[in-house]
Design a binder for this molecule. Sequence first.
Ligand code: ZN
Length: 463
Amino acid sequence: MSGLRLTFWGAAGQVTGSMHLLEAAGARILLDGGLFQGHRAQSHRLNVQLPFDARRVDAVVLSHSHIDHSGRLPLLVKEGFHGPIYATPASRDLSAVMLADAAHIQEKDHEYLERKGRVGPESEPLYSLRDAVAVQDLMVGVPYHRVFHVRKHLALDFLDAGHIIGSATVDLRVSEGGNHRLVYSGDIGRSGLPIVRDPEPPTGPIDTLIVESTYADRQHESFGQAETRMAEAVRRVASRGGRLLIPAFAVGRAQELIYSLHRLSRTGQIPQIPIYLDSPLAVDITTVFRMHPEVFDRTERFIGTTNELFDFPLLRYVRDVSESKALNSHTGPAVIIAASGMVESGRILHHLAHGIGDHRNLVLFVGFQAEHTLGRRIESGQERVRILGHEYERRAEVQSITGYSAHADRDELRSWVRRLGGPIRRAFVVHGEPPALEAMAGILREEGVRDVRVPSHGESFDL
Ligand SMILES: [Zn+2]
């Protein structure tokens, strides 16, 4: 079919920066507009310069609101994009909170570096709060399973990706000069995760598949096993009068942990010790969760309403910094959940500075710790660690639980591909580090897809 072209401008050969440009039905459609994350100078170089004219993009389709999929949308708007951004209603509302937070972090980082006299081109914020708010005005909520005509020969259907609330797999049908079906997986979640529904792969023949591969080379423990280990950790810490310190990302992970701890406390599997969710962003996001009961997995609800899910006597939400610091003078056992998930910033830092030297405490990791992060150094058992400019001897116990991951693992990705049914004419593998990309390509070939590509950054294909 003529005139159909796909170019990979992010998450090609790596995990972050998801952004793919589709030229179809006479339009230029961007699939996601994510931020590159990780090494500061390198990411900044990739983020700051959009590889195309933003004014010539006709529309954006957003798979979900994680920053590595949405964090460059304010930049796109700043550079003149003014078309519609299609997202599920829950993604639209979650983005309002998350993009404002992303703009705020960039402004704060810039102020900090300015005070330290370390300003350079890469410390400039990519965009302001005003740009983040402008994104919201362009958002168009499209519910799951409602076929929407983006334009005359281009229909869009969102299916549940089961990854975080509002996350979607994008099913696009182009009907100009023939029919072409393109499926973009977004990030694929797991079956049996609480709160979100199970992933729902689109079925039938597919011409072009773009699929993620984050954990294609790994296997997770089940959610049930994760809960058992969480209960053991809480009991152990409580019995020795210590604190359980859990670094967690504000969206998804924090709410799953609350769900899990709520269930464990209701069933008497953990002692009655206070649980603090110490993150203003996580508190705001929990509010968005309350606003969207339609996305919840009903079969896994163990109590009447969504409101009660995030509300139980042991749980305290901490918004103020002063209240957060006061937690350090609190005596007796407690659970503290705070951002950031990889211990690069946020309030978890002062909790760790205060608590890592105490053998009664336990630092519990529930998410992926990337190379070169403080989280990775603690997780790998380093004896002395530097936190907020001071060196500490680590006496606290350290443990990791993989079962709270929101990403499908190797077997779950294979089962997702099988459930597509096929045939799949051509597949592109994105969103993974090199071993994961290769593993996913292998899975696709074993499942009968003949034409499998791992695109590199900036590579274009006529479909
Ligand atoms: Zn994601």
